[in-house]
Design a protein around this ligand. Structure first.
Ligand code: SF4
Length: 475
């Protein structure tokens, strides 16, 4: 079994440990600032066109989500027409069951995987392992995480929390267990590490006959799936095996190829800070004699239709997983991804995970508070998701649901006092008389507030009293 987010405590507790880890903070700061600067430079060169592209991306996603039923049916028809098969999965268990059955039908016990957030979300590797099937990650960062029995901490760069020396150690200690070992004398030079991974993976690509992928986009009118990546390892998985199974969230649809054009400009600039993506693979069903001869598309709901029903929260489904919001977030930069207790960390994780999982646990209830609400995430989001708006909306929901009894009683009391001038006057007079009895440090739960603040002095008279006195003196 691979590592799991299950044991991770709610964000405040998990983050408290992370912020004290100097090496983690150093790794995160260096990596996020490098990507952040690259992004800013390639976005700036588009001047005002960037805002137009951003608005167009948001509009296409919004339109598609509003008509998702129509486009899903269109996609299913298109994939069938092109020789693929479509399977519908309402939740993670169903998706895992479908994929396991499909792999079993091939007679294989090994599969190679293209980097995919959807399969991480459903913990597919564990489900396959339970069925005696080994899934081999082929994205370099995913490979590092898998070999190190670690957890991903970033959407785009899952091993962002590790330094080169740590990666070298993992390769030397673990590669041999999974296949071709790392060369003796491996250094922590990035080229040497990449070469060790290349040799390790090459052998795997050449002998594995089934691949599993996700997709960045699914084009409804042609049935085409699209994967963007930087290394070419995804391309190997998408072309060499005989069977390809793609697990794709239902929100990944775009209506047409011309809509895709917008996202092929937005995504590389926002994710890796490149003008154009190094490897963009597209495939439409099966082509006799070329590439996989069997193609299955598993369309995954897993909470997405519930998110769609929330008029404020549903904008989270526009996300194209670029990770720009993570790279710019001051909270993520200091805590790293593991503290979020989910495969979706950072600002997008703080709004998407609790909606997908239904805010049923202390971990999910804490996530909308994992933000300073500074708005930097909204500024950089290529599809203009107003993350702070959704965070505040979800905080309201947390308060409504878990009914912070003390806070509710306090607000009810404040409403009663503030809505009656007579009561307000009486309370102000009483407060003025008892002002010397107010302690500097409040007792009970309220004490947490006064741990770092003093209770303000209560004035001897209220503004109204002062006004009345002044009026009386003037007469
Ligand atoms: S919320 Fe926006 S910035 Fe963050 S990963 Fe998604 S698309 Fe990128």
């Amino acid at each position: 079994m691979s590592a799991t987010f299950l044991g991770i405590p709610p964000f405040p507790e998990a983050a408290a440990g992370a912020v004290n880890d100097a090496r983690l903070r150093h790794n995160l700061r260096r990596a996020t600032h490098t990507i952040r600067d690259k992004r800013a430079s390639v976005v700036d060169e588009l001047h005002e066109d960037w805002q137009r592209l951003r608005a167009e991306g948001a509009a296409v996603k919004e339109h598609t989500l509003r008509h998702l039923d129509h486009y899903l049916e269109q996609l299913e028809e298109s994939v069938h027409r092109a020789g693929g098969r479509v399977h519908w999965a309402s939740d993670a268990a169903e998706a895992n069951e479908i994929v396991t059955r499909l792999v079993r039908d091939t007679g294989e016990t090994d599969v190679v995987k293209v980097k995919s957030m959807a399969t991480q979300e459903i913990e597919l590797n564990d489900a396959l392992a339970a069925a005696g099937i080994t899934a081999y990650e082929t994205d370099l960062a995913e490979l590092i995480v898998q070999l190190g029995e670690d957890l991903p901490s970033h959407i785009l760069v899952p091993a962002i929390h590790l330094g080169r020396a740590q990666i070298r150690e993992i390769f030397l200690e673990q590669m041999a267990e999974w296949g071709v070992p790392a060369p003796r004398g491996l250094t922590d030079d990035p080229r040497a590490l990449a070469e060790a991974a290349r040799v390790h993976l090459r052998e795997r690509f050449l002998r594995t006959r089934t691949a599993i992928s996700g997709a960045n986009f699914a084009v409804a009118d042609s049935g085409t799936l699209v994967v963007l990546e930087s290394e070419g390892n995804g391309r190997m998985c998408l072309t060499l095996p005989r069977t390809l199974i793609s697990v794709v969230g239902i929100e990944k649809i775009v209506p047409t190829w011309s809509d895709l054009e917008v996202f092929l400009q937005l995504l590389p600039r926002s994710s890796t800070g490149e003008r154009m993506n190094p490897y963009t693979s597209t495939w439409t069903g099966v082509t006799p004699g070329d590439g996989p001869q069997e193609f299955h598309l598993v369309l995954l709901d897993n909470g997405r239709t519930d998110v769609l029903a929330d008029t404020v929260g549903r904008q989270a489904l526009r996300c194209i997983r670029c990770s720009a919001c993570l790279n710019t977030c001051p909270v993520y930069e200091r805590t790293g991804g593991h503290s979020y207790g989910s495969v979706y960390p950072g600002p997008i994780g703080a709004i998407l995970t609790p909606q997908l999982r239904g805010m049923s646990s202390p971990v999910d209830e804490a996530l909308p508070y994992a933000s300073s609400l500074c708005g930097a995430c909204y500024e950089v989001c290529p599809v203009a998701i107003d993350i702070p708006e959704v965070l505040v909306h979800l905080r309201e929901e947390v308060v409504e649901r878990s009914g912070h009894a003390g806070e509710k009683a306090l607000m009810a009391g404040a409403e009663a006092v503030l809505s009656s001038p007579r009561t307000l006057g009486a309370v102000q007079r009483a407060a003025g008389l008892g002002r010397r009895a107010v302690p500097r440090h409040l007792p009970g739960l309220a004490g947490a507030w006064t741990d770092t603040r003093d209770v303000p002095d209560v004035p001897a008279e209220s503004f109204r009293q002062w006004w009345d006195r002044r009026e009386g003196e003037g007469r």
